[in-house]
Design a protein around this ligand. Structure first.
Ligand SMILES: Nc1ncnc2c1ncn2[C@@H]1O[C@H](COP(=O)(O)OP(=O)(O)OP(=O)(O)O)[C@@H](O)[C@H]1O
Ligand SMILES: [Mg+2]
Length: 418
């Protein structure tokens, strides 16, 4: 039987579900896990692509191959159409996203015995909040990826609207609520009212391109990249003058989706030149080694783990574990330093929530409940920025990693009716 699969294709994690007996049923995609890291690994030894936890495990084991995570952030950019040879085939990034989605489709089919020709996919309200043309292109890219993955048709639902559907029972009749979905790549908001029936009224949705991977980037730039020579002086080839090492390589190395683009010969050569003229060659030497040994993602994982450690109440002396730079080495990541560093991003997220309310002509005082979903809604700094702007709202925590796919499973049942 052909059916519609609800798919949350996330920057960091993906999930799939269908409606069973009127309730959302999440399909286990990997062992018993209901979410799958949105990651792929092209294994050069075995000659195949693996996804999810297996991809991350291969990376951490140091297997020879190419790892990619955060691909959703590339949708709409020119990098999507760049192709490269991988395991003997010329692939662009749309193909790579398509292969991830095809794997998800076939696992969902194997787990349910159904055939999924159609998908109801989540989408951020804005893939690119600063560029309407890129935003439109991102949707075209994702639609194309679904088509190449073997879906004959795909429809989209705003991710926070899916979360609103999944959380409608939390509200009393007449309640006005704001969904706050802070994920890996974007922050998304839906203001909605419980109508007193099974239905909800969506008053406004809004989004901004800031998420957990941006937190990781800012923390990496603040704490880790200086150890690799970011901001440090480089001597001119002639004379005694110096200039500051250019930021581009470091910015990309701190950005999940950009890391795979750094392992070509040009970047390695540029790094070797910097080391040669560096006032602090030890630091730039670390950059050279990170590029040579392809340790960019290992660093990104270490920063992400440090972020979660520093955000966990009661953890004494949180650190980023950078043993890949020097055995046993750690860099301190005090919670108050992290808060100060991320406060401007949290404030932008708060401002986008305020915009959502303003669009609907709703005063913040009128909002009865704020429902937090998405992994990065667990960040204290985010919760504080939103509490400040919603003085009367009762805080409710939805299922951080599965609220969106729950809503897509509900929506999938009727997505292609009419
Ligand atoms: N306990 C935690 N504390 C802080 N951040 C966390 C925690 N757990 C996960 N995260 C962060 O949440 C993010 C992933 O959240 P989520 O799975 O909701 O994103 P996504 O749906 O993949 O992304 P998007 O919806 O933006 O495309 C990552 O940046 C991760 O570091
Ligand atoms: Mg999400």
């Amino acid at each position: 039987m052909s059916a519609t699969l609800g798919i949350d294709f996330g920057t960091s994690n993906s999930a799939a579900g269908i409606l069973v007996d009127g309730r959302p049923h999440l399909i286990p995609l990997e062992a018993d896990a209901l979410t799958l890291p949105t990651a792929v690994f092209f294994d050069f030894e075995v000659g195949q692509m693996v996804v999810g936890e297996r991809a991350s495990a291969a990376l951490l084991a140091g297997d020879e191959g190419r790892y990619m995570r955060g691909l959703k952030s590339l949708l709409g950019t020119r990098l999507m159409r760049e192709s490269r040879m991988l395991l003997g085939e010329r692939l662009d990034f749309i193909d790579i996203v398509a292969r991830f989605l095809a794997e998800l489709k076939s696992r969902a089919e194997a787990a349910t015995g159904l055939q999924f020709d159609r998908a109801l996919s989540g989408r951020p309200v804005r893939f690119h909040s600063a560029d309407a043309r890129r935003d439109a292109q991102a949707l075209l890219d994702l639609t194309e990826a679904y088509r190449r993955a073997g879906f004959s048709e795909v429809r989209f639902m705003n991710e926070p609207e899916a979360a609103a559907l999944a959380n409608r029972e939390v509200l009393a009749p007449g309640d006005l609520a704001l969904i706050v979905d802070i994920g890996g790549g974007t922050s998304d908001f839906t203001l909605f009212r419980q109508k007193g029936t099974a239905e909800i009224d969506i008053l406004a949705s809004h989004g901004v391109r800031i998420g957990g991977t941006d937190f990781d980037r800012h923390l990496s730039i603040g704490r880790v990249m200086p150890q690799l020579g970011m901001g440090s002086p480089i001597r001119h080839a002639f004379g005694n003058d110096t200039h500051i090492a250019p930021n581009a390589i470091f910015n990309d190395l701190a950005t999940w989706a950009k890391i795979p683009f750094l392992y070509g010969p040009d970047t390695r050569k540029a790094a070797a030149e910097l080391e040669k003229f560096a006032v602090h060659p030890k630091r730039l030497g670390r950059l050279v080694r990170v590029l040579e040994d392809e340790l960019g993602h290992d660093l990104a994982f270490a920063v992400e783990a440090g972020k979660i450690m520093a955000n966990t109440p009661g953890v004494a002396d949180p650190v980023v574990k950078v043993g890949m730079l020097k055995p046993g080495a750690t860099l301190p990541l005090p919670a108050d330093w992290m808060t100060a560093r991320l406060a401007p991003l949290a404030d932008e997220i708060g401002a986008a929530a305020s915009d959502a309310m303003a669009t609907a002509g709703v005063a913040p005082e009128q909002v009865d409940k704020v429902i937090f979903v998405g992994g990065s809604s667990l960040m204290q700094v985010v919760e504080n920025a939103l509490r400040m702007r919603l003085p009367n709202a009762e805080i409710h925590r939805g299922a951080a990693l599965t609220a969106i796919v729950d809503g897509l499973a509900i929506g999938a049942a009727t997505a292609f009716d009419g």
